[in-house]
Design a protein around this ligand. Sequence first.
Ligand code: ATP
Ligand code: MG
Length: 556
Amino acid sequence: MAGDGMNQNFIHDFIDEELAPGGRCEGMQVHTRFPPEPNGYLHIGHAKAIYVDFGTAEKYLGICNLRMDDTNPTKEDVTYVEAIQEDIKWLGYDWEDRFYFASDYFEKMYQYAIELIQKGLAYVCELTPEQMKEMRGDVGKPAQSPYRDRPIEESLELFQKMRAGAFPDGAMTLRGKIDLASGNFNMRDPVIYRISHMEHHRTGKQWCIYPMYDYAHPLEDAIENITHSLCSLEFEDHRPLYDWVIANVSAPSKPRQIEFARLNITYTVLSKRKLRQLVEEGKVSGWDDPRMPTLSGLRRRGYTPVSVRNFSERIGVSKATSTVEYGFLEHCLREDLNLKAQRVMAVLSPVKLTITNYPEDKQETFSVENNPNAPEDGFRTVTFSRDLFIEADDFMEEPEKKYFRMFPGNEVRLKGSYVVKCTGCVKDVSGKVVEVLAEYDPDSKGGNPADGRKVKGTIHWVDSKSCINAEVRLYDNLFTDPNPDSGEKNFLDCLNPDSLKVLENCKLEASLKMAKREDAFQFMRMGYFCLDLRNSTDEHLVFNRSVTLKDSFNAK
Ligand code: ATP
Ligand code: MG
């Protein structure tokens, strides 16, 4: 079950206190929400937030809502809404029938604003944004607000006119009447409504005033009876305003906001705006490009829900901002795939290997274990013949030191079949090796010589008579800089020109013809791979390398 066994963290300590006798939530069901703005695809940072929101609810046998935070009338796209739902389901979380849009609460939010005006806690202000900035004051110097003492009746009338469309964009705002001298600038009579004659993707032209995030979010939470509104740390300074809104309107419940540190990962950016820029400027093939840190990109790359959830659990939840190594995400994937992936042989940069003493018309089969880590996965057969393919770099005419693979005079084991002795090679006019020659030892069936002599190297191979062709895509970090997002740098200047390598002419063992969408494979010695679900067809198989085998990450 998703979120099972979520470790206790500081958020849970707060919740425990509040559920205890006499606590704020005694006898209540824990109710959280995940509130994405539908203006882009979800990324691995959101996976952390989803894990915290849904995982916390689950830990307390509570519930978690999915809410589209669509109070900004930008050009939001239904495809984003659908993609967000798909990604959350893929991670294994379920909002059941609790799927909401913040824009559905516009009327209620408007009524609460009227309530604030009537209580003398909000007023219509006619300063331009520039004037407001000028009068914002400074540390130790209060802000000025010439309209703050305008009569309640006047504000009410103007606010109603604002709604009715009587004024152009920016002509007026509604501001909370809080504290012009507050050390927290968010409390210096913040704007809570602005005029924008923009069409909204769901409410159309119904509204020309829109609530600001800091006013809208606590109301959304209160309307949905959220008990704990978990969000990232940048909202910490906004919490006093969150609490002020909740305290001063007659909303149906009193949620509490708790902040935790955002996830940052090396060698990538985690901002929808920047990710969108990569897509729109064609730096990647789309939101689901396998190099993208989006959930759709990771999925297409071969990441599993389990690996992403394990990652989210193990990076922990705290208030301390930190940057997690990309290698740790890969480590979590390897761990999962190591248990699940079927082992196969695939030659990515092939050269012909001819077994000159093997009968030309003969073909035999060997039975090989699918996954030594999962004996229950059984065995499959691979065919062997005179004409094979091996990796080009498994042959060296003149071996370097400590090279134990194919070179003239040396014996190697062809994984699971025979021991062969290299006898030479054939080159083309340019001197390039086009064929490696070898003789097999008929008394080494299965790969072990009958006389017990030692054979150091083992290489993988495929039978040219049965293998299939495929395209294989290898990936590297999208950025060359570990922190492409920091300081003065322009993240686009750190793009890695070698982040994608396409190998067109790969030779794969025949069993891969049956590869299915959800299968994960370990190509022996080459890494973990999966079918590319977007570009692969029955006629043209395309595989993505999900992750290499070499684990550079030192666990613990
Ligand atoms: P971005 O900066 O990528 O645009 P955002 O915060 O604007 O992200 P939202 O759609 O508003 O994106 O995010 C929904 C929720 O996900 C918010 O509660 C936010 O705190 C959380 N979230 C976003 N990015 C991260 C991250 N890197 N780590 C943890 N939580 C995140
Ligand atoms: Mg946001």
